[in-house]
Structure formats: C-alpha cells, structure tokens
Design a protein around this ligand. Structure first.
Ligand SMILES: C[S@@+](CC[C@H](N)C(=O)[O-])C[C@H]1O[C@@H](n2cnc3c(N)ncnc32)[C@H](O)[C@@H]1O
Length: 351
C-alpha cells in the first residue's frame, strides 16, 4: 500500500518521536507508525504529520492518544523468570545484608516502563515469598510508564489468564481473587504496596532513590545516546549497593558506565552500584528549601549526588542530606556558596 506521507515527512516525524519520547522507529516500521497515527490525525483534525507535532505542544489529550497508539505494552507475569530467580537468590540476600548493617528497613523498588504492572507485581510476590518477615520492612514499589492506557490497567490490577500463564495455582490463590471467568484481580492488601504513575523517562523524574530498578524491554528502541543518558540517571537514582536489572537486548556498554559493577549470576548479567563510601562527602543543609535548590543545581549541572535519610536535627531541618563525590565536592560547594545555598555541615565519610 502506498504511503500517504512523503519519506521526508515520516522521517522528520520519527525523529520527533525519538527525541521527545525515546520511541525509535526504523524505516522498516514506518508503515506501523502510519497505521497507528492515522486515526489520531482524524480524531484531532490534523492534515499533515507536522500538525501533530505542533498541536502536541499544547494538547495533552493528543499527546496521550499518540503515545497510547504507538507504544507496545506487551508484558506478562514473571517474564524472563531467570531475573526473578536472581532477585530471590542473589539480590534480596545482598540487600538484606546491607540493610542489617545500616539498621534501615526501607525496600524501595522501581519498575520503569512497567506497562500494565505485571512486572511490578511479579517483583512484589517474589519479595513477599522470599523475606522471612516482610512485615518488618517498609516495602514500596513504584511502576511508571509513558502510556496512560497501560497505567490505567496497572491501577486496575486486573489480569487475564494469558498474562498470568506462568503463575502457579498456589500464587494465584494467595495473591488474587477471581473477578470474572478469565480475569483475576490482585487482592487489595497487596495492591497497597504498589503505586503507578505516568512518566516519560526522557523528561524529569521525581527526586527519589531506590534499592532496585527494573527497566526491561523498554529502552530497546531508544537510541544509544538516550539509553546511556537514562542509565546514568538510573545509577543516580539507586541507593549505594542498589541493583539495576535490564533485559539482554538492553545491556549497557560497560566502558560508558564504569560506575556500575557487572555481576554475572545464573548466566545473566545484572548491575550493581558500588560507590565506595570513602569517596563520598556528606553535606547537610540549613532548610528544606536549601536542600531543594541544591538538588536542582546538582541535576542541572550534571553532578553526581545521592540523597541520604538523616535524623531531623529540629522540626524545620531537612530530613535528607546529600552525598557528593569527594573529587567534585569543592567545586559543588563553591557553587552552593555562589547561589547562597546554606550548608550546616559537610564531612568526608570514611569507613
Ligand atoms: C514492552 S513493555 C515492557 C514491560 C515490562 N517492563 C516487561 O519487560 O515486560 C515497554 C513499555 O515501555 C513503555 N515506554 C516506551 N517508551 C517510554 C518512555 N520514553 N518513558 C516511559 N515508558 C516508555 C511503553 O509504553 C511500554 O509499556
């Protein structure tokens, strides 16, 4: 079938999709793009592909429909079961060891590009079935995706037989209730651990840190530049000692990411953040506003930082401090001073 668009027009449009959303389509998939985008053009009265680009700047609904039409949300529970075995046998024991040493009980996990949430719930069930005493932990899981349709389904926590095909009867009975003849809903007491949010990985993220990040089958179409950028941001969003799990077709170029340690387990590779604490400096701030301004400055200038929970010194003091790399710390502290950001103390952390 002849294309309705010139090759220049569709080429420019696909460049826009890659730049704005990380969705990359090679020429072989141009007819897929065309088929998906035509109904959106009709709905929003667009004549040319460039009309979509122009209208998308102001029209949130158009952006939502466009992304829902172009993303592939295919997923299922326990997809690539090896990763869940590694989670159970290697990642969780290593993290629990670390938590024991710091006395922390926080276990925060992010499934980035979570689609309808099957991956996030598979992680939750693995954790609950592995920890000897899950109640003793503050377990919070966040799933995010660029597609509002996918997030809507994740929030409904309802899945069909096909998506649940790798679950055994015992798990199904423990975590789900039947909602109709071939669909099952996660029980509310398990849903409460999971939050789902709309997020474009190429735009800004909430300043949070996690013990584990899963991002699988999501950056597969990102170009190398975007993939590297996002991986570096995942590294910053990980707690020291935290793990990053991705799929075989999205492995990192090790030379580009010396900050990650590659761990070979069960014939797979997962990544671990291993910043030595003696390379760090802990900086405390006078007020939460100083902390917030410092975070923005660090992000905008591309400095490494790591948020750390601290005991609050008084009721108006921040609950978090920031770890900086020792070698960057004098430059950063100079920047804080120039911007009148008030620091109450800073000390090298040497163990
Ligand atoms: C194939 S699904 C993967 C789901 C799950 N991680 C898995 O491995 O089964 C890929 C998901 O990535 C999402 N995605 C694509 N580009 C994205 C972006 N720039 N930001 C956030 N999510 C994105 C899509 O909407 C889709 O739901």
């Amino acid at each position: 079938m002849a294309s309705r668009f010139s090759s220049r027009e569709i080429n420019d449009f696909c460049l826009y999709l890659s730049r704005e959303y990380g969705l990359s389509f090679p020429a072989a998939r141009y007819s897929f793009v065309e088929n998906r985008v035509l109904p959106v053009m009709t709905d929003f009265g667009c004549i040319a592909l460039s009309d979509i680009v122009d209208k998308a700047k102001k029209d949130l609904q158009l952006r939502i429909e466009l992304l829902n039409s172009l993303t592939t949300n295919e997923t299922w529970f326990f997809r690539h079961p090896e990763h869940f075995k590694i989670l159970r046998q290697h990642i969780l024991p290593a993290l629990l060891d670390g938590l024991k040493q710091t006395g922390d009980n926080r276990l925060h996990i992010w499934s980035a590009g979570c689609s309808i949430g099957a991956e996030l719930y598979s992680i939750l069930f693995t954790i609950l079935d592995t920890l000897p005493d899950p109640q003793a932990f503050n377990i919070q899981l966040t799933g995010s995706d660029i597609s509002s349709d996918a997030i809507g389904r994740a929030r409904s926590a309802t899945y069909n037989d096909h998506e649940l095909r790798l679950l055994n009867e015992k798990m199904l009975a423990k975590y789900f209730k039947k909602s109709n003849h071939n669909s099952w809903q996660v029980l509310p007491e398990f849903q409460k651990h999971c939050t789902f949010e709309l997020l474009n990985l190429l735009k800004s993220w909430p300043a949070r840190t996690y013990n584990i990040i899963f991002c699988r089958n999501t950056m597969i179409y990102f170009d190398e530049g975007n993939k590297n950028k996002v991986a570096t941001r995942f590294f910053r969003a990980l707690e020291p000692g935290g793990f990053y799990v991705t799929s075989a077709n999205e492995m990192l170029q090790t030379l580009e990411h010396p900050e990650f340690t590659q761990i070979y387990v069960e014939n797979e590779i997962v990544y671990r953040k291993t910043i030595q604490s003696n390379e760090l400096k802990l900086v405390k701030f006078k007020t939460p506003t100083d902390l917030l301004r410092a975070l923005n400055l660090l992000k905008n200038n591309g400095f490494y930082f790591q948020l750390e929970k601290i005991p609050q010194e008084h009721s108006l003091a921040p609950r978090r401090a920031i770890y900086l790399r020792k070698k960057e710390s004098s430059k950063v502290e100079e920047l804080f001073e120039l911007n009148s950001i008030k620091v109450t103390s800073s000390r090298l952390v040497v163990k």
